[in-house]
Design a protein around this ligand. Structure first.
Ligand code: ACM
Length: 471
């Protein structure tokens, strides 16, 4: 049976502008060729169709469009996709692929609401290999996610090789360093470079996070000289937080931190380096500020912008620092003050974007400290309306973090990510005034059969009227 022709607006995230032209449908067959103008052949490869100078699908760059924007015109005998840059063109390719082989006629003109549309994966509590991360990127870019934040270090494990400090991964990337003693692993320099290159080819910026001054037990297990008394500490594979801290008053701390930041900055082409800063419950507030005053300028010294979880807003922030709001009652005024002082904010409130929250009481994975996060809750909010004093112009975007305490496999990642990540992606991309839960719900249902066919272990949320399985 042929797939039913879609509507031109059957796309997630919903495009900014859609003008259908009935009866102008175009059919892609395996022989349909792509005419790729100079500068577009790399992106054209993502269409999986042959290239030919007389191909009816035309790809080109148009500098009059916004860099991440694109224009897609579907007529009966041709398809023209123009991008403001190769990145904009790549997002247009995602739209084209979502529309399938029976393309409905008309014109889509699209550009994102926010420039930072992120997903985070926690490699510290459970490690995922380079191949697994790359496969995850393939699923994320379909929804125009353009930043992948990798939480690389925490109390349990250290997941990125740092050559000057080899025991970080020899000891704390070894067997049994995941939560509950689950899987070993870390990314070698070559594996990290491979992930970054794969992401870059798909216009995704990798944002590496080295969490400090708290969440550092794995570092202190590997190097006891980083503890206050120099005594060894025991490895921890439970899911407690807030018990470990680097020592603000010791020079050894800063030698370590600067080596790590320099190494990670050298390995990372993107503009950001995330220094964590969350849940430092065993760092006295004065020490926390002393530490951050020394450390927040270091990413800038090595050519990067510092991002930190929103607790960093208690300290003096460099002008380029970015604050990632994740929700602690009482911290909001600090975040608003940072915004008023011109700092940019990423919205990642746990009760709307944390993919590790359970969908409902029956969800077999995940946590519930921020409540249950249904698909509708992940969808039905406005990031510019979340915090008093933090409006549209202070926001660079939105991120959906996935913490891995309860995860043991890629299937677990997919179960919590899909279908909520598409909801957060639409929040981050589409104009607020055009978004509507009923429309999203209907468009989302069409992804069920595709995810079934692709073997994606998504959650068949009862909020969505999934078409029946055919197997
Ligand atoms: C966080 O969830 N501790 C940032």
């Amino acid at each position: 049976m042929r797939a039913q022709t879609k509507q031109l607006s059957d796309v997630i995230p919903l495009p900014a502008s859609v003008r259908p032209v009935p009866a102008a449908n175009f059919t892609i067959t395996p022989g349909t060729a792509v005419n790729a103008a100079p500068g577009t052949t790399g992106v054209a490869a993502h269409l999986g169709l042959p290239l030919a100078a007389d191909g009816p699908i035309r790809l080109r760059l148009d500098e009059a469009l916004p860099a991440e924007g694109y224009r897609l015109e579907i007529a009966a005998d041709s398809v023209t996709l123009s991008g403001g840059s190769p990145q904009g063109l790549f997002w247009g390719v995602q739209t084209l692929r979502q529309l399938g082989d029976e393309l409905p006629g008309g014109v889509i003109e699209d550009e994102p609401r926010f420039s930072y549309r992120g997903a985070m994966l926690d490699l510290a509590r459970h490690f995922f290999t380079a191949a697994e991360i790359k496969a995850h990127i393939d699923l994320l870019v379909q929804f125009k996610i353009n930043h992948l934040h990798l939480h690389l270090t925490d109390d349990q494990g250290w997941r990125l090789e740092i050559p000057a400090w080899p025991r970080l991964t020899e000891v704390s990337g070894g067997a049994g360093t995941g939560v509950d003693g689950s899987g070993p692993g870390f990314l070698t320099l070559a594996e990290y470079a491979d992930v970054v290159a794969y992401a870059t080819d798909r216009f995704v910026t990798v944002v590496p996070e080295i969490d400090m001054p708290g969440h550092v037990n794995a570092a202190q297990v590997a190097y006891p000289e980083l503890t206050a008394d120099g005594q060894p500490v025991a490895p921890r594979t439970d899911a407690e937080v807030g018990y470990s801290s680097l020592v603000a008053g010791m020079e050894e701390t800063y030698a370590f931190v600067e080596d790590v930041i320099r190494t990670v900055a050298d390995l990372t082409p993107g503009p950001y380096l995330h220094i964590g800063g969350d849940e430092c419950l065993s760092t006295p507030p004065e020490d926390y500020r002393t530490f951050l005053t020394r450390v927040l300028p270091l990413p800038g010294k090595y050519g990067k912008r510092a991002i930190g979880w929103h607790e960093i807003a208690a300290a003096e922030l460099p002008e380029t620092a970015v604050v990632q709001y994740w929700r602690i009652e009482g911290d909001e005024p600090n975040v608003a003050r940072a915004a008023a002082a011109g700092r940019q904010i990423i919205m990642a409130p746990a009760d709307r974007t944390y993919l590790d929250m359970k969908y409902d009481a029956d969800t077999r994975l995940g946590l519930d400290w921020a409540g249950h996060l249904s698909v509708e809750r992940a969808y039905d909010w406005d990031p510019a309306d979340r915090l008093p004093g933090v409006d549209e112009k202070s926001l660079i975007g939105v991120e959906a973090p996935l913490w891995s305490e309860t995860l043991r496999s890629v299937a677990d990642v997919q179960y919590l990510t899909f279908p909520r990540l598409p909801a957060v992606a639409e929040v981050a991309w589409s104009p607020q005034g055009s978004r509507d839960w009923e429309s999203f719900r209907a468009r989302l249902a069409a992804f069920g059969p595709r995810w079934d066919a692709a073997g994606v272990a998504y959650h068949r949320s009862p909020e969505i009227d999934w078409p029946g399985r055919t197997v």
